[in-house]
Design a protein around this ligand. Structure first.
Ligand code: GUN
Length: 355
């Protein structure tokens, strides 16, 4: 070691000092499932790649995948901060308490928590109006179901997921009010075997068109094997089930991720809560199957246009829960407070939201 030191000391004094490390903004992404899930996480990672491409050498992004919603999440975020990341995207609901804890300690790091509701000076929350995509998919389901029984493979019982289930069914019932629905919970975001099992039980129960709020391709693939129909969710899943695929409700995180990077690079990171939908280009139903009747495609287009120009809202009364209680009167629109508190099933869905 002494020798090495001497050598260093002997280096010419005139050697130019290393250029100051470029002030790159380091950004870490924490994912709950693998980037190869084809859905939720795959789509977040497309957003990451898009900003890396767009902002080039001004930023340096990295990710850690398959991080459980547990103390592991806290460890991963502290590690990311230790490596110099000044902006951290935590992309699943169950990270909420860990984000709050780490953010309270690390005030010079900005946190972006997807689908959460707790903000702080250095914690923003953001989500996409996935329920608008679910509604558009529901319209297609309503036009395609022959058994008049649609189904949803559900992940974890939080308002976001319950809202998506209901919105899918409201879309289907906008085509045919007599349509009924079944829901099976897997209590995980990503478990292909459990998702496939849930899909199978829905089909065995008379469901012929399915939606899901889980992250994998399993529901769509099960539909493909069993001759049922289903949708891609979060990502474009059309390539994985050419016969079963009816359309994909695809999220585009890029507009929001670009905004956050832009703000942060300019020293203008603001925090708050951001909830973008069809109007902001954050979600749309893409790749609608060829065998969907034109009349149904037109209904989708009309709803999409209405969401874009604000003339239509998915949660417009009359809406009743499945005990007959009126929750929105005719013409009444659910505001954000209503939407974020949905903990009931609409009329036509079997069962109760797990309490
Ligand atoms: N997949 C993993 N986490 C989430 C989440 O918080 N919301 C949704 N929609 N999907 C997820």
């Amino acid at each position: 070691a002494g020798c090495g030191k001497k050598e260093e000391a002997a280096a010419p004094a005139a050697a130019p000092a290393a250029a100051p490390a470029q002030d790159k903004l380091k950004i870490g992404f924490m994912y709950v499932s693998p980037i190869g899930d084809g859905g939720w996480t795959y789509q977040h990672d497309l957003g990451r790649k898009a900003i890396q491409e767009k902002y080039g050498d001004r930023i340096e992004t990295s990710f850690v995948e398959s991080v459980p919603e547990s103390a592991d999440a806290e460890r991963v975020m502290r590690d990311m901060a230790g490596q110099g990341n000044k902006l951290i995207f935590a992309t699943s609901f169950g990270y909420q308490e860990f984000v709050q804890k780490v953010a309270a300690d690390l005030k010079d790091v900005k946190f972006e928590h997807a689908t959460g509701y707790k903000q702080a000076d250095n914690v923003a929350t953001y989500d996409t109006k996935t329920f608008e995509g679910a509604y558009l998919a529901g319209i297609v389901a309503g036009g395609m179901t022959k058994t008049k029984m649609v189904g949803v493979v559900a992940s974890v019982p939080i308002p976001e997921v319950v809202r998506n289930i209901n919105s899918f069914v409201l879309g289907a019932q906008s085509v045919d009010p007599s349509i009924k629905a079944k829901v099976v919970w897997v209590n995980e975001w990503f478990s292909p075997p459990k998702e496939a099992e849930a899909a199978t039980s829905l089909i065995n129960g008379g469901v012929d068109v399915m939606y899901q709020n889980t992250n994998s391709l399993a529901v769509l693939k099960t539909a493909e094997e069993r001759g049922a129909r289903a949708f891609g969710k979060d990502g474009d899943m059309s390539a994985f089930a050419p016969k079963a695929h009816l359309g994909s409700a695809v999220i585009d995180w890029t507009p929001y991720y670009s905004k956050v990077v832009e703000d942060t690079l300019g020293g203008n990171w603001q925090g708050g809560n951001f909830w973008w939908g069809v109007k902001e280009g954050a979600i749309d139903l893409l790749k609608i199957a060829d065998d969907v009747p034109q009349e149904i495609k037109d209904r989708v287009a009309k709803a999409r246009d209405g969401l874009k120009d604000g003339s239509f809202a998915v949660w417009t009364g009359p809406i009743q829960d499945n005990t007959g209680k009126e929750l929105l009167a005719a013409g009444q629109k659910g505001d954000d407070k209503f939407l974020t508190g949905i903990n009931f099933f609409v009329n036509g869905i079997e069962g109760r939201v797990p309490g």
